[in-house]
Design a protein around this ligand. Structure first.
Ligand SMILES: [Zn+2]
Length: 300
């Protein structure tokens, strides 16, 4: 049985009864998994170019100052490989999140079957779900992150220098990956590497030091699991330079968003986004100075 909070936010294309949505894209079997949702104070956190910019954009999109935001993860079956991209928040962010394991089991996959976990970055809503109480949730899996991302969050000297409010993010990242490091199940990649045959790491840094996407060919177009390129999708698609205070380097994060959206619109790529409305899968097309989201819909 899926957690009730998720049910209210299921969208067209997803059965209202499901916290998982199986999606076939060519030869890729993708399962979108809901970790839950949370309140995002968009008006306060988005970085406008002038006073009133963000509130005006929110009003134009028909959105309130605080928006309900999804946390999605994606399971990919490619041949023999069972790959999870991101793992939700686990116990790190309160009871509204941390439902990925239930969603995965409801979809018919035991966590012990997952052989690879690819992390877009080490923020708590992406890494927290890989461990609980110091134990591996995915005991058979090798966990991968960008080398610069891992180095950033594992740097104790850097942690000592940051604001108290950011230290919990360091602690959460390290507590999550530590069981995998201890079991020699943790690896790092560089942009362009292929941590799993057929899946390439794509540089999307700016949100964090080594924020990455994962790209794969489906035979019917490319799929890019793109992490936190979009936090408030309707606004950041319409205005790709609109960054958020979660970005460690807002301007580079906006560069990465512009690059990804331009290429995805040009090539007709599928995107799977961690915070787009569940199930978070769609294509983009150019519209005005920005882009419009064309969500995947079930034809079943
Ligand atoms: Zn996130």
């Amino acid at each position: 049985m899926c957690p009730p909070a998720t049910l209210r936010h299921a969208v067209a294309g997803a059965s209202a009864r499901h916290c998982f949505v199986p999606i076939e894209l060519g030869n890729i079997k993708l399962v979108a998994l809901s970790d839950g949702d949370f309140d995002l104070p968009a008006e306060r956190l988005l970085i406008g170019e002038r006073p009133g910019h963000v509130s005006h954009s929110l009003a134009r999109a028909g959105l309130p100052a605080v928006v309900r935001s999804a946390v999605n993860a994606f399971l990919i079956e490619m041949g023999e490989a069972l790959v999870l991209v991101d793992a939700g928040a686990g116990d790190l962010q309160g009871p509204g999140l941390g439902r990925l394991e239930i969603a995965l089991r409801t979809a018919g996959y035991g966590p012990e079957k997952v052989d690879t976990v690819l992390l877009t970055h080490l923020h708590p809503d992406h890494v927290g779900g890989i461990a609980r109480a110091g134990h591996m949730v995915f005991p058979a899996a090798t966990v991968w992150a960008d080398a610069r991302e891992a180095a950033f969050w594992r740097d104790g000297a850097r942690k000592a220098l940051v604001d108290e409010s950011v230290r919990a993010t360091f602690d959460g990242a390290n507590a999550s990956i530590e069981p995998y490091v201890a079991a020699d199940h943790f690896r790092t990649f560089a942009p362009g590497d292929e941590p799993v045959p057929g899946i390439h790491a794509v540089a999307l840094e700016g949100h964090t030091a080594g924020h990455a996407g994962f790209s794969m060919e489906s035979g019917e177009g490319r799929l890019i699991v793109c992490g936190d390129v979009l936090h408030v999708a309707p606004l950041q698609l319409a205005e790709p330079r609109l960054a958020i205070r979660y970005d460690s380097e807002p301007s580079r994060a906006s560069d990465a968003r512009e690059r990804l959206l331009a290429e995805a619109a040009e090539r007709g790529d599928w995107l799977a986004a961690a915070h787009a409305p569940f199930p978070g899968v769609g294509r983009v097309r150019r519209e005005g100075k920005g882009y419009a989201w064309m969500p995947w819909v079930s034809h079943g």
